[in-house]
Design a protein around this ligand. Structure first.
Ligand SMILES: NC(=O)CC[C@H](N)C(=O)O
Length: 337
């Protein structure tokens, strides 16, 4: 009988990378003071015995780090392992446990480069497992539930935090002291309640199977850097980033990706030197940069990041630059992905 149920259940692999979901604090009162990336994947799985009712689950420790330290090499390593598993006949879904600081970057990266319909769910937690009201157990349970469900197929890389199913493209960490931390300007795709998914909308942007990018063709990622804008900003950071070899600079602009008059001439000169200039916005609840508004992008040959925040714009720019260095092609990609 047991063997029969095992056969019916989906096979889900959990790739563990660290973060707070693998964190441990000194006492149950430590919700914010603790060490991330301490608990191994076997212990995480053992901590949620209910997972075995949802799927045949096995774990792999891919790395054990806090996500602010993730490098492009780490991203490629993780992406390649996800692709291998997605190609494997005996894997139905993949869950990635991840620190929340750069979770939105990894989720978007995988959304662009993984050629599969199989569910890929990225999940983290805001409190370590040792804290009162720890959120990791339920977030992981929900991730495995969505990863093992047929109706999550073909919807791109997803993020399950705080009972919501978010698109990996749209979701962003909006606050760092609440369990209700992950939001999208365009709303969640669905909800998970008691292990069942309820869907309300679909992603409109190209992803996974419909993407022109493939992790199997990406050997390395080019250097793309971000410069933050604010009142009284100087051009020092932009110049330094270009000098250190950045192929593209993401302008984390104010408002509609606006650029200070002190910085405009520098960005024009850098573009003439071959550096791609990509205007994004650091407006908190969701920036939205319009082409040729605020700045004459056609005239300067700049690109706008559409609704992508600066850190997501960096991910798309890196992936896009592996294919083209044509600014018009880059702009097309920024509209489509
Ligand atoms: N809530 C978290 O996961 C943050 C912990 C850590 N800074 C990380 O991103 O890995």
């Amino acid at each position: 009988k047991e063997a029969e149920t095992q056969q019916k259940l989906a096979n889900v692999v959990i790739l563990a990378t660290g973060g707070t979901i693998a964190g441990a604090g000194a006492s149950a009162a430590n919700s914010a003071t603790y060490q991330a990336a301490k608990v191994g994947i076997e212990q995480l799985i053992a901590g949620v015995p209910e997972l075995s009712q949802l799927a045949n689950v096995r774990g792999e420790q891919v790395m054990q780090i806090a996500s602010e330290s993730i490098t492009n090499e780490n991203l490629l390593q993780l992406g390649r392992r996800v692709a291998e598993l997605a190609d494997s006949k005996d894997v139905d879904g993949i869950v990635i446990t991840h620190g929340t600081d750069t979770l939105e970057e990894t989720a978007y990266f995988l959304n662009l480069v993984e050629k599969t319909e199989k569910p890929i769910i990225v999940v983290g937690s805001m409190r370590p497992g040792t804290a009162m009201s720890a959120d990791g157990m339920l977030n992981l349970y929900n991730a495995v539930a969505v990863a093992s469900s047929k109706d999550a197929r073909g919807k791109g890389v997803l993020v399950t935090m705080n009972d919501e199913i978010q698109s990996g493209r749209d979701v962003s960490k909006m606050i760092n002291i609440k369990t209700e931390a992950f939001k999208s300007a365009w709303g969640p795709l669905g909800m998970v309640v008691e292990g069942k998914s309820y869907w309300f909308r679909l992603p409109a942007k190209r992803h996974t199977m419909d993407s022109e990018f493939d992790i199997k063709n990406i050997k390395s990622l080019p250097d793309v850097e971000i410069a933050y804008s604010y009142g009284n900003v100087s051009d020092t950071a932009y110049k330094a980033l270009a000098q250190s070899g950045a192929k593209a600079i993401i302008h984390a602009g104010t408002g509609n990706g606006s650029v200070s008059s002190r910085v405009v001439p520098t960005l024009q000169a850098l573009r003439k030197d071959g550096v791609q200039i990509i205007r994004s916005s650091h407006v908190n609840a969701g920036g939205f940069v319009l082409r040729n508004a605020e700045q004459p992008d056609d005239k300067y040959d700049w690109v706008v990041a559409h609704d992508l925040n600066p850190q997501k714009a960096r991910i798309l720019a890196m992936v896009a630059l592996t294919k083209t260095n044509d600014s018009k092609e880059l702009q097309r990609m920024f509209w489509e992905y």
